[in-house]
Each structure stands twice: as structure tokens, then as C-alpha cells.
Design a protein. Structure first.
Length: 204
């Protein structure tokens, strides 16, 4: 692709680094910004800069937050004896949108995937174990994607958490195998949380 401006070329190259964005889409986005008011572009630039420099991760659940403790963990209206274990922040957002869950979360930051070189030590597993040691938790819900990586992660976590006298459940599989939680419709996802089953029952 030939560019009439080096600045334009550099901007397109940066946008093209975003997932799912090719050069043509990147060019369209850059040209859109060029047609916007300077104030609008400045707001966009400031928002991205603040996102990168000021964003925090909750010290309790590891969800993305504006403060050291996220709003969910800080809320007295949530059931802190119920922890839903998810892969990342997108899954927290998906579950929250169902309005069917009132517990708290634990964000692993990924899934166990030997093919990608991701093991338990790369995830927030130890901090989950510490939460169970320090708090009165009655139930853990595994809400991980119905993929090989998700099932592997659940199997590992179940072995790590068996030492605790708590209920361990998994969301009902109204979700097709291979499905990612963020793409599941809210009704199906909400129903799968409400009708969760003991993890041992899911193995049969």
C-alpha cells in the first residue's frame, strides 16, 4: 500500500497491530480520525493514554479496575462467600450483563495451554488458594469456556481446591463445546449459571 504521507503510514501501521484489524480497516480508521475535530481526536488520544498508564488490577480478584479494589469486591451487597472463577475481564462483563449472579469473581488471566506454553504458574491460581484460606467461602463456580483449555484448567483447579471444605460447581453446559463465554447470549449464559451443577457430576 502506497502512502502519500509518512505520518499517515505510521498511524496506519499502529492501528494494523490491533487484533482483527488489517491495513485497509486501519486506513479507514485513521482517515476517520483525520476528519474529526481536533478536540475529538485529543479526547481519543487521552483516553487511550490514561487507559495504559492509569488502569489497575483489583488486588483481590484481579479484575480490571480504576482502583486497587474493584467495585464488585468492595460492594457489601455482593455475596462474598460465592466466587465465580473466570478467564478474563470479558467474562466478568458477560456474566454481569445477565443480572443472574450476585457473588464475586476471581480472574485467572488466561487458561492452561501447554501448546502455548501457559502453565498454572502463569495464572492467578495461588492467589485463589489464598483467598480460600483467608475467607469464609462456601462455593466456587467454574465459569470457563467449553474448550479443551477450559476443561484442562478446571480439572487442575479442582485438584488444587479439593482440600477445602467447599462446594465446587461448574456452569451447566448449555454452551456448545468450543464456545467462548463472551460470545454466548445473555439468556443462555444466565441460565447456565443458575442451573450450575457439582463439578463431579460434569465428569460423568
Amino acid at each position: 500500500m502506497n502512502f502519500s504521507s509518512k505520518l499517515l503510514e505510521e498511524a496506519v501501521a499502529e492501528f494494523a497491530k490491533l487484533p482483527g484489524v488489517g491495513q485497509k480497516t486501519a486506513l479507514r480508521l485513521v482517515l476517520h480520525l483525520l476528519n474529526r475535530d481536533v478536540e475529538d481526536v485529543q479526547k481519543f488520544s487521552t483516553a487511550v493514554s490514561r487507559l495504559r498508564n492509569e488502569i489497575q488490577f483489583c488486588q483481590t480478584c484481579h479484575n480490571i479496575s480504576d482502583t486497587s479494589t474493584c467495585e464488585i469486591c468492595a460492594s457489601h451487597r455482593r455475596d462474598h462467600s460465592l466466587i465465580c472463577v473466570v478467564e478474563d475481564t470479558r467474562d466478568v462483563m458477560a456474566i454481569e450483563n445477565t443480572n443472574q449472579y450476585n457473588g464475586v469473581y476471581h480472574v485467572l488471566g488466561g487458561l492452561i495451554s501447554p501448546m502455548d506454553g501457559i502453565g498454572p504458574a502463569d495464572l492467578q491460581v495461588d492467589s485463589l488458594v489464598e483467598r480460600l484460606k483467608e475467607n469464609s467461602v462456601k462455593e466456587i463456580i467454574f465459569a470457563l469456556s467449553a474448550t479443551m483449555e477450559g476443561d484442562t484448567t478446571i480439572f487442575y483447579l479442582h485438584k488444587r481446591l479439593k482440600q477445602f471444605n467447599i462446594n465446587i460447581s461448574t456452569i451447566a453446559r448449555g454452551i456448545a463445546f468450543g464456545g467462548e463465554l463472551e460470545y454466548v447470549d445473555e439468556i443462555t449464559l444466565g441460565r447456565s449459571i443458575v442451573t450450575r451443577i457439582p463439578y463431579e457430576n460434569s465428569l460423568s
